[in-house]
Design a binder for this molecule. Structure first.
Ligand code: ARG
Length: 563
């Protein structure tokens, strides 16, 4: 809060260097209860330094501190409590938000820096899992937050489009595949082929060696193998892009694992030159004992490279291409070991930029307490889930506002917004229990609740004749507007926090709080009453719409004007 600065300056003036402004700033707290003011300075540290009683010091300071930004400054035991001048602060905050509009809360500390965000990254010929959904939603939000902080963001979809599974798939396809079926429902068919391969391979072991053969052919650039692989990939991507379209997510690069094939030898060669590679039974590995980690396997004895080799290569390629300031991987916590190894190999190889890599992990999506799985044919088709959410949102809207225009468009925003918000409202490392009923409620901590609050505020604006200009803003002094003002004032700091911790939940939680405060205001204050504070009240409503809409946008959620 910028007023923390003001308060510490005012206190520092009285202390003549006993404590620095910085120290004072770090000591100042935001009191729990409104009656204790807006800011509090506890006097314990000072008391220790001066060898005097904190209560006495608080009393003395309270008498001396004067600052026009404060209505009053009073002692409360060992605390000095400052009460901000509501009129002045609210005028200030509302004018700022209305002037800056959607730029409110933007920063430029990321200017001239690149940040690479690797997210979503589903596997070709496999279903888009719940884990990929989480990665997509979290990564997309982090990209928007980073952009809001001024960074140039490179959004990378590191497709899982290479690996021995393609050998298996080709064998299965050649034995049991049906082109028409694959065309009609590629992901489902390809998954079934894959599952069938594993079932049959238990009986007929030679299938495994056949699969290895076909993968070798693929790696060697065999025409037939390549054509099949490309076909599988194209069909899968068509399916994935439906999901991305629904979620409104775009990428700057789809360079997946296969992209790095030609660069793999170079990577392994470099690591050899750095003296990192040892050979054990024909395989090339990097020993990571000193990091208390299992060795990182680079190349198997049959010459095949691995997921880790491709990630090492991708990291080097990305650093060369983007000179990133940060490179983050939004991937479930079950891959923590992999990313630890990745970073450690680069560190061991003295790549100074290794420290710029960050794994941003997240928990599982649960259904009735159990991990939602997409393996072994038990596919929860994500598209279906999304369509259900949209249908349920539409039913809710029919109930609430049956005359609404563009019902389908709004239902889409609400249904999808509900899924995204539900995912982002908890700290990302916690598991999420998946319940369509819960996430679609219009009350409680849900996306629709925030969207509804925004639409309600918009409808007030439609009813008012006050123009959106700032000259008539005198400020507000009542008790219901004050929490709303303070909340609006906090938005820019929330964004920095969300960025620093890679935690969109900071913003989601904030939006719930702001919505609650605003709805209380709405229930208790006659906003459209024609008196001299009308313009300030309208400015407050307008500012709320600006912040809610921008906050939702940072989560990847749309805010309908009407719902
Ligand atoms: N395709 C992988 C999976 O589904 C995720 C890839 C994440 N990104 C990366 N650079 N490793 O498990």
């Amino acid at each position: 809060m910028k007023y923390v600065n003001d308060f510490s300056v005012a206190i520092a003036e009285q202390l003549e260097g006993v404590l620095s402004e910085e120290d004072i700033k770090s000591i100042i707290e935001v009191p729990k209860f409104d009656q204790q003011g807006d800011l509090a300075f506890p006097c314990f540290v000072l008391a220790k330094k001066l060898k005097r009683s904190p209560v006495e010091i608080a009393q003395q300071l309270a008498d001396q501190v004067h600052y026009p930004g404060f209505e009053k400054v009073v002692a409360d035991g060992p605390y000095v409590n400052g009460f901000l001048n509501k009129q002045m602060v609210s005028r200030d905050v509302l004018t700022t938000v209305m002037t800056q509009d959607e730029e409110y809360g933007s920063y430029d500390f990321g200017k001239d820096h690149n940040i690479v965000i690797d997210f979503s990254s589903p596997n070709i010929a496999k279903p888009f899992s719940m884990g990929h959904l989480r990665s997509t939603v979290i990564g997309n939000s982090l990209a928007k937050i980073a952009d809001k902080c001024g960074y140039s963001v490179v959004k990378v979809n590191h497709l899982g489009d290479w690996g021995t599974q393609f050998g298996k798939l080709i064998v299965a396809y050649k034995l049991w595949g049906d082109d028409d079926k694959i065309q009609a429902d590629p992901i489902k068919e390809l998954l079934e082929l894959y599952v069938k391969f594993h079932e049959e391979a238990e009986k007929y072991h030679e299938l495994e060696s056949k699969a290895r053969e076909w993968f070798s052919k693929l790696e060697a650039g065999d025409k037939e193998a390549l054509n099949l692989w490309e076909w599988f990939k194209g069909e899968s991507l068509k399916e994935f892009s439906k999901i991305y379209q629904l979620l409104n997510v775009e990428f700057d690069s789809y360079q997946g694992e296969a992209f790095y094939n030609d660069l793999m030898d170079e990577t392994i060669e470099k690591l050899h030159q750095n003296g990192l590679v040892t050979t054990s039974e024909g395989a090339e590995v990097v020993n990571l004992d000193e990091y208390q980690l299992p060795p990182c396997l680079l190349r198997k004895s049959d010459g095949a490279t691995l997921y880790a080799t491709r990630d090492l290569t991708a990291a080097m390629y990305r650093y060369k291409t983007y000179q990133f300031e940060k490179s983050i991987y939004v991937v479930g916590h079950e891959q923590s070991l992999h990313f630890n190894q990745l970073k450690s190999v680069l560190e061991k190889g003295e790549y100074s930029w290794a420290e710029k890599l960050t794994h941003v992990p997240f928990g599982f999506i649960l259904k009735d307490g159990k991990k939602m799985s997409t393996r072994k044919g038990k596919v929860v088709l994500l598209e279906q889930v999304i369509e259900d959410a949209i249908r349920m949102a539409k039913e809710n809207i029919e109930d609430k506002n049956s005359n609404l225009q563009d019902k389908d468009e709004v239902a889409k925003m609400v249904g999808i917004g509900a899924i995204i918000f539900h995912d982002l409202k908890n700290e990302r490392t916690s598991n999420v229990e998946f319940s369509l009923d819960d996430m679609l409620r219009f009350e409680g901590s849900t996306g629709p609740y925030v969207q509804y609050t925004h639409a309600r505020a918009k409808s007030i604006l439609r009813k008012s004749e006050v123009k959106s200009d700032t000259s008539g803003i005198e400020g507000l002094t009542d008790d219901y507007s004050w929490p709303v003002i303070k909340s609006i004032e906090k938005f820019p700091q929330i964004i920095v926090k969300a960025f620093e911790y890679y935690e969109p939940s900071q913003i989601a939680k904030y939006l719930i709080d702001l919505s609650r405060d605003f709805n209380k205001y709405y229930a208790n204050v006659k906003i459209l009453n024609d008196d001299e504070q009308l313009e300030s009240r309208i400015a407050l409503v307008r500012s709320v719409t600006i912040v809610l809409k921008e906050g939702l946008r940072l989560l990847g959620i749309k805010a309908p004007d009407n719902m």
